[in-house]
Structures are given as structure tokens and as C-alpha cells.
Design a protein around this ligand. Structure first.
Ligand code: GDP
Ligand code: MG
Length: 162
């Protein structure tokens, strides 16, 4: 089976938009309001001659557990089946306490992680992305999933990690 690249992060950071960008189709459901999509969805894709499976995550229900625990659970389940992880953060919001909890989990798992600073739609937002160095996951990759900015460099690095 091809290697698995899991896309994890809080609701609304742009995971499904990024997955659509990666697969070159519009199959992942993009939501303005989080909480409706299916649990976990896999798509086969290809980059630089390499075939891989990309796993979108999402589908939190608004129940008593709360969003924080839901994000951590989803991330954990996806990461357990992944060979490498794209951890997506909304650079226009910055790192939240939920993001920091996911970082701890990712560290424990020991999989290769690429930190995606999404919603960097133009160069003036690069500084927002740079502040994500503080998460301790190394270099943030500034991308705009909507416009495709930076996603080629991200995928090049992801293929090296797979
Ligand atoms: P998910 O919940 O993490 O899967 O996020 P979605 O992919 O459903 O996107 C949530 C919202 O963020 C949607 O309104 C998207 O159009 C928007 N969005 C996603 N990527 C970008 C981006 O690169 N730039 C901007 N400005 N908006 C984005
Ligand atoms: Mg989604």
C-alpha cells in the first residue's frame, strides 16, 4: 500500500481545502462552520512521481467532550495510521492552546511532522507564519491552500518525509 500522509489540526484551519489542493480535485468537503464532515477520508494522490494516500480529518460533533478533546482524538487516530503528518495551523489566528496540545501528542508519536502555516494568502502575512516557529516543530511552511501559494514546496518536503 502507498505511504500515508495525514492532515490534522483544529476545525476551520483549512485542512480540507489543503487536501483538495493536494489531490487536485474538490472532493474533501470544505466547511465554513466546522462539525459536519465525515470522520476521516482518504484519497490517493501523486506528487513528483510518488504515489501516496492523503487522509483528511474532521467531523467533530458538538457534544459534551468539547472541541479540544475531539481535535486531539482525531489527530491521534490519524497519526497512528500515518507515515508522515501535515499539522495545519491558521497563521492568521496563531497558535492556540488546542494547537499546543496537538503538538505534545505529535511529539509523543514520533512521526515526521511538517508544520503548515495556512491562510498566508500574500507575502505581508509571512510574519504570521514565522511566529509559528514558537511551536517547536521546526520550520513553518507558509501556504495558501485556497490559492495554491507555497503548496509545491510543502509537497516536495512531504515526499521527502514519506
Ligand atoms: P477544515 O475544517 O480545517 O477542513 O477547514 P476548511 O478546509 O473546511 O476551511 C475552512 C474555511 O477556511 C473555509 O471558509 C475555507 O475557504 C477557508 N480557507 C481554507 N484555506 C484558506 C486559505 O489558504 N486562505 C484563506 N483566506 N481561507 C482559507
Ligand atoms: Mg474539513
Amino acid at each position: 500500500a502507498p505511504p500515508v500522509l495525514a492532515v490534522v489540526g483544529r476545525p476551520n484551519v483549512g485542512k480540507s481545502t489543503l487536501v483538495n489542493r493536494i489531490i487536485g480535485r474538490r472532493e474533501a468537503v470544505v466547511e465554513d462552520v466546522p462539525g459536519v464532515t465525515r470522520d476521516r477520508v482518504s484519497y490517493e494522490s501523486e506528487w513528483g512521481g510518488k504515489t501516496f494516500t492523503v487522509v483528511d480529518t474532521g467531523g467533530w460533533e458538538h457534544d459534551a467532550k468539547g472541541i479540544h478533546q475531539r481535535v486531539a482524538e482525531q489527530a491521534e487516530r490519524a497519526v497512528d495510521v500515518a507515515d508522515a503528518v501535515l499539522f495545519v495551523v491558521d497563521a492568521t489566528v496563531g497558535a492556540t492552546s488546542t494547537d499546543e496540545a496537538v503538538v505534545k501528542l505529535l511529539r509523543r508519536k514520533g512521526r515526521p511532522v511538517l508544520l503548515v502555516a495556512n491562510k498566508v494568502d500574500d507575502i505581508s502575512q509571512e510574519a504570521d507564519a514565522a511566529s509559528l516557529w514558537g511551536l517547536g516543530l521546526g520550520q513553518p511552511f507558509p501556504v495558501s491552500a485556497v490559492h495554491g501559494r507555497g503548496t509545491g514546496d510543502l509537497l516536495d518536503a512531504a515526499m521527502d518525509a514519506l
